[in-house]
Design a binder for this molecule. Structure first.
Ligand code: PLP
Length: 390
């Protein structure tokens, strides 16, 4: 049976009314018959029926046992990092999400948790960077914005041999395309603000693990620190999950068409899309992902910030905005937007050039999106001779 169908079928219909949609239990507390004699609920920070259903669905969808829902992706990251102690070290993918970079380098450093960045596309770099202090390996695959892919299975094997926890931020791939727990990771994490929410109208974060020990610890920290997802926002994510497979398939098909179009254009310098054969990580991506995803990044041959700004202010369907993964196509200029907290020198070193543009390809018709890109390309400075491609 279709995986999402069978997961949604496993959620019991509301026993009180038979409501077909999951009810929103908009309550902070629950009446008790006597102290600690209740129906399994005492306070919404600890448990809420609507949030619990979302946590159960995401656990099943990621092939895990314990799911948790948070008020944002960063709140989920915060919960995972709080598994660590002062003096511990994190090894992280060098092309890490900008908000996670900021959190690790300006907040956790003050608590004695240090981070080392590694090019994780080669598992050997991970092996070589491990020290006795390393307690957590932080992967994103594909990454934001360069779509680098890391071999989750190989890195998880290295981690296991060294007693290190592996957490994979699966926001870009989604569980429809990639299931990190099945590849050996210990924790999988989402900014559900992106594809899982899918309609650019809610912030949410999720974690899933298979380990009884990690499941219990994460639940304890979630309740102790309190960054839980509200009942209504939990309901929005539940509602969106029914269409997740359809959406991710369409995002991927559209993005592949856009990438193939850009591949032929003379205005483009570098093109990043793991569904193209000349992407450096194409073979790992094809092994661990069933779909290449909806994000395409590229730089311009006239590689300046001004030129990128010309492009991002010329598109009509692609709206200039942070975030990604929604029905509506968005684009952004990471150097001046999502990655502005990374110093230019470090950014260039990481391969994020001044004109880098990231597309979040939406659910519109691919032809309309390509026409929009075509007209925006006619507005920019092009160092090469333009060849009309039909
Ligand atoms: C957006 C994002 C986050 C942070 O999630 P929020 O919901 O914005 O807090 C983390 N990781 C990745 C890959 C993201 O794209």
């Amino acid at each position: 049976m279709n995986e999402i169908t069978s997961i949604l079928e496993s959620i019991p219909v509301d026993p009180l009314t038979g409501a077909i949609a999951v009810p929103i239990y908009q309550t902070s507390t629950y009446v008790q018959e006597a102290p600690n004699v209740n129906k399994g609920f005492d306070y919404t920070r600890t448990n809420n029926p609507t949030r619990n259903i979302l946590e159960e669905i995401i656990a099943k969808l990621e092939g895990g046992k314990y799911g948790l829902a948070f008020s944002s992706g960063l709140a989920a990251i915060d919960c995972v990092v709080k598994l660590l102690n002062a003096g511990d070290e994190v090894l992280a993918v060098d092309d890490i999400y900008g908000g996670a970079y900021r959190l690790f380098t300006t907040v956790y450093n003050r608590f004695g948790i240090n981070i080392k960045f590694v090019d994780t596309t080669d598992p050997e770099n991970v092996q070589n960077a491990i020290s006795p202090k390393t307690k957590l390996i932080w992967l994103e695959s594909p990454t934001n914005p360069l779509l680098k892919v890391s071999d989750i299975r190989k890195i998880s094997e290295i981690a296991k041999a060294n007693n290190i926890i592996v957490c994979v931020d699966n926001t870009f791939a989604t569980p429809i395309s990639q299931k990190p727990l099945n590849l050996g990771a210990d924790i999988v994490l989402h900014s559900a603000t992106k594809y899982l929410g899918g309609h650019t109208d809610v912030l949410a974060g999720l974690t899933v693990t298979n380990s009884d020990e990690l499941g219990e610890e994460l639940k304890y920290i979630q309740n102790a620190t309190g960054g839980v997802l509200a009942p209504f926002d939990s309901w929005l994510i539940i509602r969106s999950l029914a269409t997740l497979k359809l959406r991710v398939e369409k995002h991927s098909a559209n993005a592949l068409k856009v990438a193939e179009f850009l591949e032929e254009r003379p205005e483009i310098k570098d093109l990043y899309y793991p569904g193209l054969k000349n992407h450096p990580d194409f073979s790992v991506a094809s092994k661990q992902q069933s779909l290449p995803g909806g994000i395409v990044s590229f730089s311009l041959n006239e590689d300046t910030e001004e030129n990128a700004v010309r492009f991002v202010t010329s598109t009509k369907l692609f709206k200039l905005a942070e975030s990604l993964g929604g029905a509506k196509s968005l684009l952004c200029h990471p150097p001046s937007m999502t990655h502005k907290s990374i110093p230019r020198e470090n950014r260039l070193e990481a391969g994020i050039s001044d004109s880098l543009i990231r597309l979040s390809v939406g659910l519109e018709d691919a032809d309309d999106l390509i026409n929009d890109i075509k007209q925006a390309l006619s507005k920019i400075i092009n160092k090469n001779e333009t060849v009309e491609v039909n």
